[in-house]
Design a protein around this ligand. Structure first.
Ligand code: SF4
Length: 340
């Protein structure tokens, strides 16, 4: 049976039209599920009895099982078990201005970033739309609060699961769905040029973040396997295409690794690469894992890096570290749980 959480509003409108029902029933159904959190079709009292029976026969509403919830100051990490026994994780961060959720998009990841725990476990499968949506639904009901922003920066490469991720974004953005503003949704990619270009042509206006992590191909190929398939030149050309088509600012993510990519030379090279583009750089403090060969950059080196970028006109900020004590880097909670 199909999980109804896999369906966008448009999919459901098509379903209802096909069974000779009015299109607007799709909005009523969305309202029950996403606004009132009712997951039992028989309780959807503004739908006819016949329709409620039909929906019960055609669809299920499956939510994942929670295996573990870990809390640290301002951060909570959720470990979910899916219907096939696979585990995924999501993290929420509470800020003064709201709650942001970091969502996984795949089980494992094939991008092979050498500093990432998830990159060590190959992709097992893509997450279904319902498994993406359910992460937000569960967290909201667990907190009893609305999630104000969503970043797709958990385990997996969102653009390697393009169709499902797009449907997910449309559902959480839909006014009848979870109603999270497009400007409050960020898709973070390691940089697959053809999907950056495809995304540039989508109607949805969610933010785009590109993980660059190095200013040249030699260093980037050492840190990110994906660079061996798509060079920095190809990624930059796709970013330019996106900027031309959307006129929306792109976030360039850069993880700060001690004595690897945080030198003055790297900062100068990065500034030259990004010069004149409508971007800003987000420097990410590295969360060291127990078996990692990498170390986080010192505050002094980060400050020096920022100063060089800023002096060359590149808008730059540093992402605050969260949740060290609860393994809040992608893949760490899952890896620890499985090793036990
Ligand atoms: S950093 Fe992201 S893209 Fe790279 S291996 Fe980890 S999960 Fe995949």
């Amino acid at each position: 049976m199909n999980n109804i959480l896999d369906y966008t509003l448009e999919d459901l409108e098509r379903y209802f039209t096909d069974i000779d029902e009015k299109k607007y029933v799709a909005s009523q159904l969305f309202d029950w599920i996403y606004k009132r959190n009712i997951y039992d079709f028989s309780k959807m009292t503004n739908l006819s009895n016949n329709l409620r029976d039909k929906l019960s026969k055609d669809f299920t509403i499956n939510l994942p099982i929670t295996k573990k919830i870990l809390k640290s100051k301002g951060t909570t990490k959720y470990l979910f078990e899916l219907s096939d026994g696979n585990l995924i994780e999501s993290v929420i961060m509470e800020h003064g201005y709201g709650i942001s959720a970091c969502i996984s998009t795949q089980i494992g990841c094939n991008m092979g970033c050498s500093f990432c725990q998830s990159g060590k476990t190959k992709k097992i499968r893509n997450l279904q739309v319902s498994e993406l949506v359910a992460q937000i639904m569960f967290i909201e009901s667990n907190l009893g609060k609305k999630i104000s922003s969503v970043v797709l920066m958990g385990i997996g490469e969102p653009f390697d699961n393009y169709e499902n991720v797009m449907k997910f974004v449309y559902i959480i953005n839909d006014k009848n769905g979870l109603n999270i503003g497009a400007r409050r949704i960020t898709i973070s990619t390691a940089g697959i040029p053809k999907f950056i270009k495809k995304y540039a042509l989508e109607d949805i206006k969610a933010n785009l973040a590109i993980s660059l992590h190095a200013p040249n191909d030699t260093l980037r190929s050492n840190l990110m396997n994906i660079n061996k398939a798509f060079s920095l030149k190809e990624v930059m050309s796709a970013i330019n295409f996106y900027l031309e088509k959307t006129h929306r600012r792109v976030c360039i993510q850069y993880i700060m690794l001690d004595n690897i990519n945080d030198s003055k030379k790297c900062a100068i090279e990065l500034a030259e690469l990004l010069s004149g583009l409508n971007i800003y750089v987000n420097l990410i403090a590295y969360n060291r894992t127990s078996n990692s060969i990498f170390k986080p950059s010192s505050e002094k080196r980060i400050e020096c890096f920022i100063n060089i970028l800023k002096s060359k006109g590149i808008d730059t900020c540093v992402r605050v570290k969260f949740g060290h004590d609860i393994n809040a880097s992608c893949g760490q909670l899952k890896a620890n749980f499985e090793s036990k």
